[in-house]
Design a protein. Sequence first.
Length: 557
Amino acid sequence: MSIRYRFTLIFISLIAAMMLAIWAANNLLMEDYYIRQKQKVMEDAYTRLDAVVMDKIQNGESIGDVITKEAEQELHDWSSKYLPGVDSRPIDGEGKRFRNKDEAFNKPQPDMENQEDIMPDDKNSLLYAIREYGEKDNLAIVMVDGSVGKALSSSAREGGWLVQKLMWYILGNYDAGQEVLAVHENHSIEKRYDPRTKSYNLESWGFFSDNSTSFIMSMPVSSIRDSVSLSNRFTTYAGLAVLILGSIVMYFVTMRVTKPIKRLAELSERMSHLDFDACYEGDASDEIGVLGRSMNSLSDKLQEAISKLKAANEQLLKDIEEKIQIDEMRQRFIADVSHELKTPIALIQGYAEGLTEGMCEDEESRNYYCEVIMDEANKMNRMVRQLLTLSALEYGSDIPVMETFDIVELIRDLLTSSQILLEQNQAVVSFEETEPVYVSGDEFKIEEVMVNYLNNAMNHLSGDRRIKITVMQNGGEVRVGVYNDGNAIPDEDIPNLWTKFYKVDKARTRTYGGSGIGLSIVKAVIDGHHKSCGAENVGDGVEFWFTLDFTKNGKND
């Protein structure tokens, strides 16, 4: 379930729990609370009435006369205000009579909801106090003046029954089930069962401080159960209304809270898939805003850390690949060297054994044997030197010394120094460049490249035995090409020409003494200059080429 539905469910559960708690409190606690409050009302009523009674007694008035006088004064005041045409004075102690009946009944009637209109003006009177408690607290009060036997009741309907009960209580003749709630010096408060109504009443009875005036107060307890039932029904209806309306409001209000949380969940999901373009765009200053900005910071740091980790992994992969290549090169190197040295060592060993065993007694044969041994030893020496040179180039220990020189002059000097070798191979060389062409590079290593290209061309001449050297400028580069006529190189062999000890024509290799390392040295030298080299079939021959950076007038272009 989503947070939004959880919030709504929690709200519904809380409201339901509150309704259940209110219902339980009403049923379990309301009656006791009601009784305690009404007990307090009875105690307050006793204190107030006792003060009034004692005040009247101290003024020399009897409670019976006070009650009669207040009743007559109340009737007179009320009649004077609302029935001015009626003589409210008693006649021979029997009832009242009217002077002007029409005038009396046409006068405005009192507002029965206004307590000031139906109660006497003297708030210190006994009648006012008794009726106030009757109206406000549903408290029926009966007072009896013990000296004259007069009774004052706030309820004409219950007055006689209450007077009778008071007499029984005083005489101790009535015990219909009681629970004493409080006992004071002159009165007590009890919860009694009423067999007439088959219900319980809360009653207080006893004497006022004058020890002559007795009283009884009665209040029905059964009404509290009706109040509890009514309260429960109202709470249920109101709670259901609040629950339904609140759930709807809560459902939409939580959208505002859960929407950014849902957005953060989507961002975290994208970040878990290493999508660091996802970011929190809100500007809230609450906990969600802080969390969103923290996720952005975390995303940036993760992206940076992962980028570094990727770079480190890539470098590690390169190192591993390089190590694998080095191991493969070492193994291949050992195998190739062993293969290449096997033949000259075998020849040297064979001819040396022949000399040792005296197989060549004449001087000419001995010289021949010695020449073969020396020739093979020279080949081995040259191959070892080339291998050392190639290793230095491949491992980066022989860094080219960059300088500016004239490539045309270098080629012409090389052709001059190789003139005898060219004549021995009956090679016809053409090189038409006369103007200086300046390039940037290691002059000594570029000369070694040209030597290897020239020797390679001489070793593979055929037909007219022509060698053509070209120097062409193309923008910021100079392309040097060495062409020789001869058999074309198969296309599948061209990419392997730069591999150590690779030979296209295995059978003719020893004819010209090639070791298969020269072109590998060329490749390593040109790679060290960060330029390119290659070979291609051209017409009836093959051209090997390489490039260098062009410089103008001896300065970098």
